[in-house]
Write a protein that binds this ligand. Structure first.
Ligand code: NAP
Length: 247
């Protein structure tokens, strides 16, 4: 199996893209840590699905924005699986408002999870990623970080921020033979997209050459590739998976 025995921590894996990634890595033989914040039952379902296949899984509750909670989660992972080979920073939120209405709190909530969470999780796993044979960091950004998007100044800022973060960590991991890459999905059929009004969704669809929103599996397959040895000579890259949207 492509990921046999590799331990992969996927943040925000109870739903949506994270769930798809966790199940894809598990179906390739990985030991998957299914992180979630509040959706415990859903996280347990993901774990059970993975356990039915060749992989093994563990659920781990932690708000990625909480530094101490992330440290505790990573200690539990170490106890169970020894170390982390692959970290997928997927957990993310939106708090959409036109900038004129965006309060400081709306700004900070998104920064704390989407960037603070990436700092906390990468920090907690950094030694593991350096020491692992072929350690892998995969950050889930967005086409919105490349293009900007009306009403998403906070979110777009966090998703652009991941580009600089990924490239820098790629440099710092390179001489340990570990890599860091970024996936920038277009618009994917999850709860996050479900919150977008239909009128706006129609306008978005007109800008997608492949004329459909992404399925979770369109993203999960790319992450499986980045997590595997097949991507060994790729680092510091941003992979757009967006149906051909220009930016
Ligand atoms: P989603 O369906 O809303 O799921 C979000 C997941 O993140 C849930 O599992 C949620 O767990 C978890 N989460 C949220 N805040 C968390 C926190 N503070 N700590 C730990 N887990 C937390 O979102 P999605 O659409 O799958 O998006 C996943 C990632 O892809 C995000 O980074 C998003 O920015 C990015 N993305 C999404 C799209 C899209 O169109 N959907 C496009 C481009 C990029 P709980 O339910 O347990 O809270």
């Amino acid at each position: 199996m492509l990921l046999d025995g590799r331990t992969c921590l996927v943040t925000g894996a109870s739903k949506g893209i994270g769930r798809g990634i966790a199940e894809e890595l598990g179906s390739n033989g990985a030991n998957v840590v299914v992180n979630y914040r509040s959706s415990e039952e859903a996280a347990h379902e993901v774990r059970d699905t993975i356990e039915e296949g060749p992989g093994s899984a563990l659920t781990a509750q932690a708000d990625v924005a909480d530094f101490e909670a992330v440290q505790t989660m990573c200690n539990a992972v170490t106890e169970e699986f020894g170390h982390v080979d692959v970290l997928v920073n997927n957990a993310g939120i939106t708090v959409d408002k036109k900038f004129e209405n965006m309060e400081r709190d709306d700004w900070e909530r998104v920064i704390d999870v989407n960037l603070g969470g990436v700092y906390n999780c990468t920090k907690a796993c950094f030694d593991d990623l350096r020491q692992a044979e072929n350690g892998r960091l995969v950050n889930i950004s967005s086409v919105v970080g490349q293009q900007g998007n009306y009403g998403q100044a906070n979110y777009a800022t966090t998703k652009s921020g991941l580009f600089g973060f990924t490239r820098t960590i790629a440099l710092e991991l390179a001489h340990h033979n570990s890599t860091a890459n970024c996936v920038a999905p277009g618009f994917v059929k999850t709860d996050m997209l479900a919150e977008v009004p239909d009128r706006v969704k129609e306008q978005i669809l007109e800008r997608i050459p492949l004329d459909r929103f992404a399925e979770v599996d369109d993203i999960a397959g790319i992450v499986r590739f980045l997590a595997s040895e097949e991507s060994s000579y790729m680092t510091g890259q941003v992979l757009g998976v967006n149906g051909g949207m220009e930016w």
